[in-house]
Design a protein around this ligand. Sequence first.
Ligand SMILES: C[S@@+](CC[C@H](N)C(=O)[O-])C[C@H]1O[C@@H](n2cnc3c(N)ncnc32)[C@H](O)[C@@H]1O
Length: 288
Amino acid sequence: MLLNHRNVTANEMLHLALNSREIHLIQRLRGMKKSYQGHEIQYQKMKNKDVLSWDEMIGHNKGITNDTKRFLMDVLAQPWAPKGGKVIELGCGTAPILRWLCKKKFEGLGVDVSKTAIKMAREQSKGFDIRFKRADVCNLSAEKSRTFDLAVDGHCLHCITQPEDRKRFLKNTFRLLKEGGLFIVMTMCAPVDRKMFSNLFQEQKLIDRIIYAPYDRATEYEGSRTFEGRDYIPTRYVGHCKSILTELRRARFHPRLIRYSHPVAQVPFSNLAVGALARKSFVKHPAS
Ligand SMILES: C[S@@+](CC[C@H](N)C(=O)[O-])C[C@H]1O[C@@H](n2cnc3c(N)ncnc32)[C@H](O)[C@@H]1O
C-alpha cells in the first residue's frame, strides 16, 4: 500500500501496523478512558436544561416510553417471572424504569457510570425504596453474588462497544442474579437502515457494527479510530439481533421471551427486547 506520510496521523499509523486486539491492549496499557465515561457530559447538559431523563432528551416523554412499559408488563406477566423482590438496573440513568418497577413490589439498586445521573436519580426518587451507586457495569466486583431476582438493562448494553467489556457486563449480571433470576435486556441492534442512518447522523460512522462519533480528544479514549484524518470514539454497539442472543446464551442466560422490532421512521436501528433466565444448567425450553 502506498502512503502519503504527511497525511497519516500517529493514530492511523498504529492501526495500519496492528490488528484490533493488539490496538485494544495497547490502548488499555496506556490507561485510556472508556468512551462510555463521556455520558457524564451528556447528563451535565441535561441537568443544566432541567431535562429529567434520557428519553426526554431524545424527544420522548419524561417517564418510560409506552414501548418499554409494554415489554416490561409482558415479561413480568409470565409465570416464570419474579413478582417482586430485589431488582438491579444496570445503567439506570435518572432511573425512570426503576421507579416504575418499584411501584410494582420491587426494591431497587440503580447503577450508573455518570455521577450527575446518579445525583439526578437520587433527587427524583425520594420516597422510593431505591439505592443508587456510581459504578461501571463492567466491573461490579463489590456487589454480592446471587442477590437479585431481577436485573434490567434499559439500553445500557448497547453503550458497551468493546467485546471484552460486553462479556464482563454479562458475566457480572449472571453472577448477581439468583439461580433462575430474570434478566430483561432492551438494546439497539442490526439490521440498521444504512440510508436513514447516514441521513440522520451525517457526522457519525457505522463500521464493523460499532457507531463512531467525531471527538477532538479521541486519542485519550480506548477504541478510538481515525477515519479520513479525523478522530472518532466508539459510542454504540449495534450487532445483529441473532449475535446478541448468542452472547446472552454464551453467558448462560436462557431467552424465554424475545421481541424484535424493525427500523421505523426516524429510528434507523432495530431493537431487541429479551426476557432471559439465569440458569446454571442447560434447560431446553420450547420458547428459546
Ligand atoms: C440510553 S441511557 C438509558 C438510561 C436509563 N436506563 C433510562 O431508561 O433512562 C444508557 C445509560 O447507561 C449508562 N452507562 C453506559 N455505560 C455504562 C457503564 N459502563 N457502566 C454504568 N453505566 C453505563 C449511561 O450513563 C446512561 O445513563
